[in-house]
Design a protein around this ligand. Structure first.
Ligand SMILES: Cc1ncc(COP(=O)(O)O)c(C=O)c1O
Ligand SMILES: N[C@@H](CCOP(=O)(O)O)C(=O)O
Length: 463
């Protein structure tokens, strides 16, 4: 399997090299040159199989010969062993023909665990085989960081540096990161927004001498190794509702577009999906783009769903590449315009292609709070604020005849203040995190300055 950059100017890589690279050398994102295909019979055969077996079937198509089948199987089995639900990603019926895909049964209570538990083991395997160490960086609005730190803590092959926007995560999210005191873990509270954190991460990848010196690698969904693991649950969910014979739709609370892009990938691989619905919070750049055909930055506002407070939606670049028929020149022009002027117009054919598969809508702050309260009252289910954005949008746009699966991306206990505002009480943390607020913290506050972050990393990495 070969991976190409969305900007067309970086070397074509195999799976292991694409995973270690994170971001392509030309600033683009790696995507498979061709989508592996599953026949209707192969998809039907996933029915009733353990999650790890479906994961192996899907992921091995992308890995090719880069990792032996036995080693890959062990990596996948170990990755999902730590999940507290035997199905890993169970479906719960919320209302007739509307289901929640619970993705928060991993160690840090968010969907990021599904990919991160896999990615840390794959990276460890590749680095150990090559006798190398790497410096891992990541930008987080809260969940990627905690999942990455949990997955990489204590590993011999990596030092991990996670940037979060100071004061803009929930306290539980911050503590899940800053109370991990392993020597290879470094938390940076950046004086800026999530987009500032992400820009610094991308700038470090684009600083080639620095990138080579510290052997930089990334854990955000710009890394194909994240997306590949997220494709799996689209298959397991659809199959348990009658797929591939019956089409289903998905609504995905969206920020960086990694999760919904994984759904798009599943569709390209043969999974019959009717609509992919992008659910945005008040930071609605993607909903505006679908309706106007222009991607236009307008400033990020803090919301009660902070993990989606994002305006530079990185993986949208992957969709632009696909929807423009792999036109890397057109993607480069759009990304240049975004950098220069904060926006770009999508070519008519590209936006038409996107609209043929995706819809989008917004749940603003009052709507999200009302949805949390209403679903608790009428359905007896406590939603986290990100999932509530998804549920509200699914209810706005769904076709009642097509099963709708809304991705439940986090556990409500990660966002106690938001849930309390809506319902009047705080959902309790699970037992293993009950003393989180008493644990000692370690983090470093840094200015929103690319050079300061590079200096911090250079002084601490053990590559
Ligand atoms: C709880 C939660 N929901 C939704 C999202 C949005 O997912 P994505 O960035 O893949 O679009 C995030 C952050 O990524 C998140 O942490
Ligand atoms: N919401 C994310 C932002 C980063 O997204 P990623 O999927 O690209 O890692 C977070 O929780 O950090």
């Amino acid at each position: 399997m070969q991976f190409v950059s969305t900007r067309g100017q970086a070397p074509v890589l195999g799976f292991s090299d694409a995973v270690l690279a994170g971001l392509a050398a030309d600033g683009g994102l790696y995507v498979p040159r061709q989508w592996p295909q599953f026949s209707t019979e192969e998809i039907a055969d996933f029915s009733g199989k353990p999650y790890a077996d479906v994961a192996f079937a899907v992921i091995s198509r992308f890995v090719g010969d880069d990792i032996g089948a036995d080693a890959l199987k062990t990596i996948i089995d170990e990755a999902y062993f730590s999940f507290r639900h035997k199905s890993v990603a169970p479906l719960v019926e919320l209302e007739p023909n509307h289901f929640l895909l619970e993705l928060f049964h991993g160690p840090t209570l968010a969907f990021k665990d599904v990919a991160m538990q896999f990615l840390s083991r794959v990276m460890d395997h590749i680095l150990a085989e090559r006798g190398l160490r790497a410096t891992i960086v990541g930008a987080t609005s809260g969940d990627t960081g905690s999942a990455a730190i949990e997955a990489f803590k204590g590993r011999d092959t990596t030092d991990i540096f996670i940037l979060h926007p100071q004061g803009r995560t929930s306290p539980v999210q911050r503590l899940q990161m800053s109370t991990v005191l392993d020597a290879n873990v470094h938390n940076i509270a950046l004086q800026g927004t999530f987009d500032d954190c992400q820009n610094i991460v991308k700038a470090m990848f684009n600083n080639h001498p620095f990138r080579d010196q510290v052997r930089l690698s990334g854990v955000n969904s710009i890394n194909w190794g994240r997306i590949v693991a997220q494709i799996v649950y689209y298959f397991t969910a659809a199959v348990s509702l009658g797929g591939p014979v019956r089409k289903v739709s998905f609504t995905v609370p969206t920020g960086n577009f990694g999760d919904i892009f994984a759904g798009y990938a599943a569709k390209r691989m043969g999974l019959p999906i009717d609509r992919l619905i992008i659910a945005t919070n008040a930071n609605d750049i993607l909903a505006r783009t679908l309706s106007s055909g222009r991607y236009e930055m307008a400033g990020v506002h803090p919301t009660i769903s902070p993990s989606m407070d994002i305006e530079i939606s990185s993986n949208f670049e992957r969709l632009l590449f696909e929807a423009s028929g792999h036109d890397a020149k057109a993607v480069l022009a759009m990304m240049d315009s975004l950098k220069q002027s904060g926006g770009f117009a999508l070519p008519e054919k590209t936006i038409a292609s996107i609209r043929s598969e995706f819809s989008a809508a917004t749940s603003d702050e009052p709507m999200t709070k009302t949805t949390i309260a209403k679903i608790a009252r009428e359905n007896g289910y406590t939603l986290d604020p990100h999932t509530a954005v998804g549920v509200e949008v699914a209810q706005q746009l769904r076709d009642p005849l097509v099963p709708m699966i809304t991705l439940a991306t986090a556990h409500p206990a990660k966002f106690p203040d938001a849930v309390k505002q809506a319902m009047g009480f705080e959902p309790p943390l699970p037992d293993w995190l009950a003393d989180l607020h008493e644990r000692p913290e370690r983090l470093s506050v840094l200015a929103n300055d690319h050079k300061a972050v590079e200096d911090f990393i250079t002084a601490r990495t053990r590559v």
